[in-house]
Write a new protein. Structure first.
Length: 323
């Protein structure tokens, strides 16, 4: 566990590597001097691109900046330390509420069973209704997909949010606490979710029927305002689409690279990659409607302090669907 935890914990603002020069000269509208900082969570996006080799020959330089959760990643985007970020639906909305200058530029579709509420294997808690009066740790911060999933599960079970004591802890710290049995119930997402299950945790409720399973790529507004970076981001998104297609067609190879990069057991990596938001595509009207529903419910439930207009934080022109 210590080695895995160390790998995943190199979280807040630690990059996986230095700038990687493109293997081919700049083409098209991307100036030769253009470089991007690509924000990632727990190495997932980098693993996808390294496995698929979809960034080979990119007409821009880049480096990966890895974070343990969406909250520190969007702090980096807010301070212009990264040009792009990847996160689930609610964290994107929370970042927008926090005045992060971003635009949604691509959609990724995963599976809702990639997150859930877990308890210790011998816990007396058998159903969500048993959480009444209990403490639940939510990762990573307020406005996470885990908070949304937990609130949905509580409502489904007929519990009021005030009947549960919530604590917000970043994933790697929560993982250590859960492993040492300092936490009874934990709302968490992959890869931490899969690791906890592999170590014996029991599922109280997963995200099926509650979460959208949508994730999004956001680009910072300053990067999009720069013609060279905007062109590079457009090229990156096209490569994202190709990387997703490759991963779906080569699941075993993708899982192997993911395991090597994150130092997780291969079987755990297979589980994570099989339900990860891999397929990338341009944002469509259905995505906007689905995310607006999350925004409206989150404002209603007090997860977000105000309603976000999803259309206003979306740029559908960076990556357009083929005619």
């Amino acid at each position: 566990m210590n080695g895995r935890r160390l790998c995943l914990k190199r979280g807040a603002a630690v990059a996986f590597g230095g700038f990687v020069s493109s293997l081919a000269p700049a083409q098209g509208r991307v100036p030769p001097s253009t470089s991007l900082v690509l924000g990632d969570q727990a190495g997932g996006l980098r693993a996808l691109f390294e496995a698929s080799r979809a960034l080979e020959g990119a007409p821009f330089a880049y480096r990966w900046a890895n974070f343990q959760g969406a909250a520190p990643l969007f702090e980096a985007q807010r301070s212009a330390a990264v040009d792009t970020a990847i996160a689930g639906d609610l964290p994107v909305l929370a970042a927008a509420v926090g005045k992060t200058p971003l635009k949604i530029v691509a959609t990724r579709v995963g599976k809702p069973e990639s997150l859930g509420i877990v308890v210790q294997p011998d816990s007396p808690l058998r159903r969500v209704a048993d959480l009444r009066g209990q403490s639940v740790v939510v990762s990573s911060a307020r406005g996470s997909i885990s908070q949304y999933q937990l609130y949905g599960a509580l409502e489904e079970a007929g519990l009021k949010r005030e009947e549960v004591n919530l604590r917000f802890v970043l994933p790697t710290d929560a993982a250590a606490a859960f492993a040492s049995r300092q936490i009874d119930a934990w709302a968490i997402f992959d890869p931490y979710y899969a690791i906890a299950l592999q170590q014996g945790a029991r599922i109280l409720r997963d995200g099926r029927g509650i979460n959208t399973a949508l994730a999004f790529i956001t680009a910072s507004e300053p990067a999009l305002a720069d013609a060279g970076k905007r062109a590079a981001i457009a090229d990156f998104l096209q490569r994202l689409g190709r990387a997703g297609e490759w991963a779906q067609a080569n699941a075993a190879a993708y899982a192997k690279v993911y395991a090597e990069l994150t130092r997780l057991p291969l079987e755990t990596a297979r589980t994570i990659t099989a339900r990860a938001a891999v397929a990338g595509r341009p944002v469509n009207e259905a995505d906007i409607v689905a995310l607006q529903a999350v925004a409206d419910r989150s404002a209603r439930d007090g997860i977000l302090p105000l309603r976000v207009d999803v259309r206003a934080i979306t740029d559908t022109q960076v990556w357009r669907a083929a005619a």
